[in-house]
Design a binder for this molecule. Structure first.
Ligand code: 13P
Ligand code: ZN
Length: 273
């Protein structure tokens, strides 16, 4: 069965985990995974007759002929586990790297997530930046982080510092910091280009008043990054609210440097004083 193949099973589990965290109201959020060649071969016996090619409006040389598992547009992540064939699918990219076609799932005329152009461009830059190690792009509507985008200056520096200071192990989990995309219309090539520009530098990009995009090598690390950032945002919002808008004390820059030294990670110096 398709759903017994580990790459597909892990994908489904991540959709359920995100739903259980409260990050995926209705059809909110989406997930894509760039398959390994051996995973494509494991899945190939279950492929259906390929459907028509669809142009994406974006192009990437380093993703020509790749295969992705993707959530469907308008599909509820809550329903993925019960009915994978209608809510997720596998798409093949053409040999010019600008179109997809469905080879499994997304039954009854469903299509990949409307954010597929953003996922695709993020895959392209993360694949290049990590020598092919990164395979997962995940978008979620994380409530505390979204709330932060109403009260903080929309800069990478402000968000990174506030999140690093919100839990001691945050700088270890995302030593590079997070980027911030200003409010933009979702679902198109413009937000895809803006996000992927930030993904050259960061594993995570905040979408103002919308949510978060994260990237990683596998499901665990990527889900863990989303979880860590959202939890830090939650702590920040709890503290700022309880403190009447004031933070009395926090993790200092010297503290941050000490953590980095002890855990052997390099913090993005741009964000330290
Ligand atoms: P999709 O249902 O097309 O994946 O869109 C959900 C979303 O979160 C858009 O940003
Ligand atoms: Zn969204």
């Amino acid at each position: 069965m398709m759903t017994e193949i580990p790459a597909v099973r892990g994908f489904i589990r991540m959709c359920t985990d995100g739903w259980e965290q409260g990050w995926h109201e209705r059809n909110g959020g989406n997930l894509t995974y760039r398959m390994k060649p051996e995973e494509v071969e494991q899945c190939r016996p279950f492929f259906t007759a390929p459907r028509e090619w669809n142009s994406m409006g974006v192009q990437a040389d380093n993703l020509k002929s790749e295969y992705f598992i993707t959530t469907g547009s308008g599909k509820f992540l809550r329903n993925v586990q019960d009915d994978p064939e209608h809510n997720i699918g596998i798409v093949e990219i053409n040999d010019t790297g600008d179109s997809w076609r469905i080879v499994w799932g997304l039954e009854n005329g469903a299509r990949p997530t409307s954010e597929f152009p953003s996922h695709f461009m993020n895959h392209s830059v993360r694949k290049a930046a990590t020598n092919g190690a990164y395979r997962v792009i995940y978008h979620a509507h994380t409530p505390s982080l979204i709330a932060m985008t109403y009260i903080m200056p929309l800069t990478a520096r402000d968000f990174t510092r506030a999140l690093w200071q919100s839990a001691t192990e945050c700088p270890v989990v995302f030593p590079g910091g997070v980027g911030v995309v200003p409010w933009m219309v979702p679902g198109g090539a413009d937000i895809a280009m803006a996000t992927s520009e930030l993904m050259k530098k960061y594993d995570a990009a905040v979408w103002a008043h919308h949510g978060l995009f994260v990237s990683g090598p596998d499901y665990d690390i990527t889900f863990g990054l989303m979880h860590t950032i959202e939890k830090a945002a939650q702590i920040y919002m709890l503290a700022i609210t309880a403190g009447g808008g004031k933070i009395r004390q926090t993790i200092t820059d010297d503290n941050l440097r000490a953590i980095a030294k002890e855990f052997g990670v390099e913090l993005n110096e741009e964000f330290l004083n």
